[in-house]
Design a protein around this ligand. Structure first.
Ligand SMILES: Cc1ncc(COP(=O)(O)O)c(C=O)c1O
Length: 371
């Protein structure tokens, strides 16, 4: 692919006037306007919470091997990955639904619990893929502002549950704030609330949590509660490009959601993800490098006197004090892509962690603009 210069690139990606279209809740819903990049583009990618490191040789080999059978439909290969996941989580295979990235699981759940109307309760800002789909299909989104620490306000959410509530959506750690809920509080909340309605716990960033013994909501699923968990291979496993995620829930819940799944997880994704589960190298390295990159971001913010939220994910939410659309543009002209708007916090910016080289480029651009 031909290398574009920066101005051509900005024009091609439609970024000179509008950055990335977002829904009211903030999800980048119109993928058609997502920046298009050549694989050798020098732009520093700190906009999508990707892992900046490629999967290991072992994982790549597994994907290469999958090419040999790529003339086959993937569904007859699902068992390879489902059985591994079931073993890892100590659940039966019918508790697991493979999805094309966890986004598909979020969307399918959104559709399942909104087609007959009703209400979805959540916070704002959070990762809104489920809510955006639910809203399209007729749900009312009851979004509670985050509390002073930019965490989900669980007390207020619980208060707002009513007979119309179809589902409560939690994202923990939360995207874009990186905040983590108190372990006991969130477990008690899910246990109590799941007696009244369904609870969805998006655990995309669970692997990045450094707090010892921090609970997943998995034991509640195993205890047969009304709880759904989503996980992904896009983050710490570095497989965002091959689209593998999954839901874990009671088999009857899985069977309700399954018919709304629109595609298949591709063959490379199945074998890549299955191999990645056995490969602790990238996992460990990604976690270590993520901590280093976050420390670097905190240091630059401290130097510049910028408010930020200590993060439990692979990104940091920073109060730049500038409208995010303007700031995003300014950073782009310096070769750095940063996160999209997360209304209503429009003068904050989410920066994903990258390689140390990426972080130095981010630092230079940030100091030039905000220093
Ligand atoms: C909280 C959260 N959930 C889900 C996703 C979707 O990721 P994927 O579809 O790649 O699994 C993201 C992506 O950034 C996210 O931040």
């Amino acid at each position: 692919m031909k290398q574009l210069n920066r101005r051509q690139w900005l024009r091609t990606a439609g970024l000179t006037s509008a950055v990335v279209a977002t829904s009211k809740l903030g999800y980048a819903r119109d993928l058609a306007v997502m920046p298009q990049m050549a694989d050798n583009d020098p732009m520093v990618r700190l906009a999508s919470n990707e892992n900046p490191f490629a999967p290991s040789e072992m994982v790549k080999k597994a994907m290469q091997k999958a090419l040999d059978v790529s003339y086959q439909y993937p569904f007859s290969h699902y068992k390879v990955l489902i059985d591994k996941l079931a073993k890892q989580y100590d659940v039966t295979p019918d508790h697991i639904l493979l999805t094309s990235g966890s986004n598909e699981g979020l969307r399918a759940t959104g559709i399942t619990y909104s087609i007959f109307g009703g209400e979805i309760l959540t916070a704002q800002p959070t990762y809104s893929a489920l809510m955006d789909y639910a809203q399209e299909f007729g749900a009312y989104i009851n979004a509670v502002p985050l509390d002073k620490e930019l965490k989900f306000n669980l007390d207020e959410i619980e208060k707002r549950i009513n007979t119309n509530t179809k589902l409560v959506f939690l994202c923990n750690p939360n995207n874009p704030t990186g905040t983590l809920l108190d372990a006991k509080k969130v477990t008690d909340f899910c246990e109590t609330v799941s007696k009244r309605t369904l609870v969805f716990s998006d655990e995309a960033y669970y692997d990045y949590i450094t707090e010892k013994n921090y609970p997943s909501m998995l034991p509640l699923v195993k205890a047969g509660k009304n709880v759904i968990i989503s996980r992904t291979f896009s983050k710490v496993y570095g497989l965002a490009g091959v689209r593998v995620g999954y839901l874990i829930a009671r088999p009857d819940i899985i069977e309700r959601i399954r018919p709304k799944i629109m595609g298949y997880v591709n063959l490379l994704g199945i074998y890549g993800a299955a191999a990645a589960l056995d490969d602790k190298t990238l996992h460990q390295y990604s976690l270590e490098m993520n901590e280093k990159a976050k420390k670097h971001i905190y240091k630059v913010c401290n130097d510049l006197g910028l408010e930020y939220v200590p993060s439990h994910g692979n990104f940091v939410f920073i109060k730049t004090g500038r409208p995010i659309q303007t700031f995003q543009q300014e950073m782009l002209t310096k070769g750095v892509m940063v996160g999209r708007p997360f209304p209503p916090l429009m003068d904050w910016c989410r920066v994903s962690t990258g390689t140390m080289d990426d972080m130095l480029k981010w630092e230079m651009a940030t100091r030039k603009i905000l220093g």
